[in-house]
Design a protein around this ligand. Structure first.
Ligand SMILES: *Cc1c(COP(=O)(O)O)cnc(C)c1O
Length: 352
């Protein structure tokens, strides 16, 4: 069975690195566990490393974290579904919101439970995923302010997710300007949550400042890189998470299929470059477990040629001698890691 190795010592090192750098600039970090399906042991090391809270996109993950006794606080990242308002209030301390109707439902749920639920209002500064348009921000703020059982604790934005828009001085200024208005309206200090791992380059250049005092970081900690150019963070481990699979077939074959080429298993018509005979390894992992294109082999001289549902095909012509039964490890992309963490066919192995 393929396995995903999660090195808690390396994750703690990466988290401490990001949290320390952020703290020096007055920025707090919500560590994001969603790509590892809210693994409690991972959340524990993030909190130990200095994260001020655990953020996840799924209520199921937050429920698991609570059940495991992780302290929190817990932030729900995905804008809540209206229908799950009661669960959101029961499980999350803070949620990110952009819809008045949902805030009204959260308010009712909070009153019914005799509690206060905290809200970060999301603003869309251009990436076109979640968030209220800046022109409509004050209207939403004034309306949510009146809802009992809710406390607006911050203003946030998300970037580099749908539109690929990067954080810059102009969109960070727009956000902090709105946060200032919120502080005046509410008479409370606001968390100004400027973004995700795409903000780490600005943080490293000490250019984040500008009123932003919080970031929500997943990939930067877990894979050790910022997400604009996927550049490694200096001093971070890039191999805190590794995917490993086993060679089930190793044979010399031509690099171009024989016969008439039509659609592959997924409806695409593949094309091939003739590189003569190749030593090809087939591994016991496929699209049901990961994203083949997102795997970078640790072993030198190997190249991923592709994958089907259950098979990964490597060109190992230039690699050192291998044998059937050998294991090969890969550094995963975010997508490959997300799939592996989610697949029931990939064993999770924690090491320290
Ligand atoms: C996933 C997510 C994050 C974390 O993103 P990374 O790129 O993994 O740091 C932050 N904020 C929101 C709203 C998210 O959905």
């Amino acid at each position: 069975m393929p396995y995903l190795t999660i090195d808690l010592t390396r994750l703690e090192h990466n988290a401490a690195l990001v949290c320390r750098q952020a703290k020096e600039q007055g920025v707090s970090i919500f560590a994001v566990t969603k790509v590892l399906c809210g693994a409690p042991r991972v959340a524990e090391v993030f909190l130990a490393a200095g994260a001020v809270g655990i953020a996840d996109s799924r209520l199921e993950n937050i429920a698991r974290l609570r059940q495991a006794g992780v302290e929190g606080p817990f932030v729900l990242l995905r804008v809540p579904t209206l229908s799950a308002a009661a669960e959101v209030v029961a499980l999350a301390d803070i949620s990110l919101n952009s819809e008045l109707a949902t805030c009204q439902a959260l308010s009712c749920a909070a009153i019914a439970m005799g509690t206060t639920h905290q809200i970060i209002l999301m603003v869309d500064v251009g990436d076109l995923r979640e968030g209220v348009w800046p022109d409509d921000f004050l209207f939403l703020l004034e309306a949510v302010k009146l809802l009992p059982g809710l406390k607006i604790v911050g203003v946030g934005t998300n970037l580099a997710c749908f539109g690929g828009v990067i954080p810059d001085e102009s969109n960070q200024d727009l956000l902090s300007g709105l946060a200032k208005q919120a502080e005046q309206t509410l008479g409370l200090p606001m968390l100004v949550s400027g973004g995700n791992s795409s903000s780490l380059a600005l943080l490293a250049e000490k250019k984040l400042g500008r009123g932003v005092n919080n970031l929500r970081i997943g990939e930067g900690i877990i894979l050790g890189r910022e997400t604009i150019n996927r550049a490694p963070l200096p001093g971070a481990h890039l191999d805190a998470c590794l995917i490993t699979a086993e060679i089930i077939e190793l044979k010399s074959k031509p690099s171009v299929p024989l016969g008439t080429i039509s659609q592959d298993a997924f409806g695409n018509v593949p094309s091939f470059v003739d590189r003569g005979l190749q030593m090809r390894a087939i591994l016991d992992i496929g699209r049901q477990d990961t994203v083949p294109e997102g795997l970078t082999p640790l072993l030198e001289g190997c190249e991923v040629l592709g994958g089907s549902s259950d098979h990964l095909i490597l060109d190992v012509t230039k690699a050192s001698a291998l044998a059937v039964g050998d294991h090969i490890s890969f550094i995963p992309s975010y997508g490959a890691l997300l799939a592996a963490a989610t697949s029931p066919y990939v064993k999770k192995v924690y090491v320290r």
